[in-house]
Design a protein around this ligand. Structure first.
Ligand code: AMP
Length: 220
């Protein structure tokens, strides 16, 4: 894990609010990593983000912490029915669980204000449907299981305000191109999109051109 130099801004200076800061202190996150320092202010400002970041760079907190802050501060969102406010797409079920666990951990001083759910294949869909019945503030999902949930009307994606694509290159190399296209079609046109990828092959670059609007770009 890379850490920023001591002259860099800390999390408070990046604009992170107290309940999240307290959790980062408990986790002994003293300074933001470079990807966090670059992307957190942009995410909080509502900008799209395109970040080149490997596992170990601190990329999960780079999107999860400011997204939680935005969701907790936005009081006006419609939270009726099977709503989803932030959709995080990931390539594998292991990553889905890990990213959802990170969101839960960072949110632990938000007094249960936000509901965080993971949905992935290889396990029964029933429990996931049950926990999504009253909606979710953050849904971390693999594309295949997300489409199952969509086609059985267990969720609606028309109120997604933030879309995160984590490990976009792996998602496409694992053959999720068609699934991803179907999911993207179900999302509102107006949303904030954050795309994280370790590498930028042609397929990923095409996706970024299609999806991102004047993004903050970060490359190691
Ligand atoms: P990631 O790249 O998101 O998989 O994170 C890699 C590891 O770095 C995880 O164990 C995080 O808990 C840890 N981590 C993330 N951000 C920081 C930070 N600012 N300071 C210390 N550890 C961190």
């Amino acid at each position: 894990m890379t850490q920023a130099s001591s002259s860099a801004a800390n999390f408070a200076q990046l604009g992170i609010i107290a309940p999240l800061l307290n959790r980062l202190t408990e986790l002994a996150y003293v300074l933001p990593t470079p990807v966090q320092a670059a992307t957190i202010p942009a995410v909080l400002a509502g900008r799209d983000v395109l970040a080149g970041a490997n596992t170990g760079s601190g990329k999960t907190a780079a999107f999860a912490v400011p997204v939680l802050q935005q969701l907790v501060e936005a009081k006006t969102d419609d939270k009726s029915g099977a709503y989803v406010r932030c959709l995080v797409l990931v390539p594998t079920r292991e990553l889905a669980q890990q990213v959802a666990d990170s969101f839960l951990s960072y949110a632990s001083h938000l007094n249960g204000q936000l509901k965080i759910v993971a949905a992935f294949g290889g396990v029964s869909v029933n429990a996931q449907m049950q926990s999504l019945r009253a909606g979710a503030d953050v849904l971390v999902a693999t594309p295949g299981r997300l489409l199952d949930l969509l086609s059985s009307n267990a969720i609606k994606l028309n109120r997604v305000s933030v879309l995160v694509l984590d490990e976009a290159d792996r998602m496409l190399s694992l053959g999720f191109t068609d699934e991803l296209a179907q999911v993207l079609d179900a999302l509102p046109a107006k949303k904030q999109t954050l795309l994280f990828s370790a590498t930028f092959p042609e397929e990923v670059r095409e996706l970024t051109t299609k999806l991102l609007n004047n993004p903050l770009e970060y490359q190691l």
